[in-house]
Ligand binder design. Structure first.
Ligand code: SF4
Length: 282
């Protein structure tokens, strides 16, 4: 968490215990990772207490080193866990999820970037819980159309790829990613037409509102239908500091403009994350 003092709108009561123990138990028994824990998400108390979590497949170690991200970076285990999708489906079933969010670390070391493991996880969940909707939050697969097609062919209900920040800040915030490459992925997914296409960004990294509006227009031009905008909060002292705490009024403005330019859904607020209450818009 950032060492700067939080403004009043970021202070909130501690989440109730609720189903936290059950969720943590199922995840541990099924030997799964969650982005909630690995990225030190500030919402995990609330989400776990309500029985939800976002699964992180392909291991807890990422081949990239984005300046905002709390997930460990380094050399992942090269051995792919071929049973992960089955255990994920089992966990989702035991948790009673009606909307299953599956994301991964970036695996630039794998020829397909892990796309086949995504597709297997989607199929496993669909077999186990046919009534559940499935959302995948995918990396950019280094621009591979084949990898994107592998994931789209598994027919997730929602295809999410986060732009994360505005174009100007890519070199310092996402040095191994490319703004145009991520936009192109979103365009290809939207052109495919089989999944709802969604993207998310963090604000408070030093961007200007005009840059955010430009990003929103780029996403709409690419065919993206749903957007999330949330406050960047530093996961630990190792990540880039918060540049600014965005006010609730500015979040309201982002939401209003996003809807005005044609997003069917826009979720903008300090604690919004791309997987936060992800089931609510379906
Ligand atoms: S917002 Fe997403 S990543 Fe954070 S705790 Fe909730 S489900 Fe997990």
């Amino acid at each position: 968490m950032d060492n700067r003092r939080f403004p009043p709108w970021l202070k909130r009561p501690l989440a109730h215990e609720g189903r936290q123990g059950q969720v943590s138990g199922v995840i541990a028994e099924c030997r799964l990772n969650t982005v909630c824990a690995e990225a030190k998400c500030p919402n995990r108390g609330e989400c776990f207490s309500k029985g939800s979590a976002a699964f992180l497949i392909l291991g807890p170690v990422c081949t990239r080193n984005c300046a905002f991200c709390g997930v460990a970076s380094g050399a992942p285990n090269p051995i792919i866990d071929t049973n992960e999708g089955t255990r994920l489906a089992e966990a989702a079933c035991r948790m009673g999820l009606n909307h299953v969010v599956i994301t991964s670390v970036t695996r630039d070391d794998l020829p397909d970037g892990g796309a086949a493991v995504f597709a297997d996880a989607v199929s496993s969940v669909r077999d186990k819980i046919p009534e559940a909707t499935i959302e995948v939050l995918i990396p950019d697969f280094q621009g591979s159309t084949d990898s994107l097609k592998t994931v789209l062919d598994s027919r997730p209900n929602v295809l999410n790829h986060n732009m994360e920040t505005v174009s100007r800040l890519y070199p310092q915030i996402r040095p191994q990613a490319a703004y145009g490459r991520s936009l192109e992925l979103i365009k290809r997914a939207a052109d495919d037409g089989r999944s709802i296409v969604k993207s998310g960004i963090m604000v408070g990294l030093g961007e200007t509102p005009d840059e955010v509006y430009e990003l929103m227009r780029d996403l709409r031009s690419a065919g993206c239908g749903v957007i999330t905008v949330g406050q960047y909060l530093r996961p630990s002292a190792e990540q880039t500091p918060v540049a600014e705490f965005i006010t609730p009024e500015q979040f309201n403005k982002y939401q209003e403009i996003a809807l005005n330019i044609g997003f069917t859904k826009a979720f903008c607020g300090p604690y919004v994350r791309s997987s936060y209450r992800a089931d609510e818009f379906l």
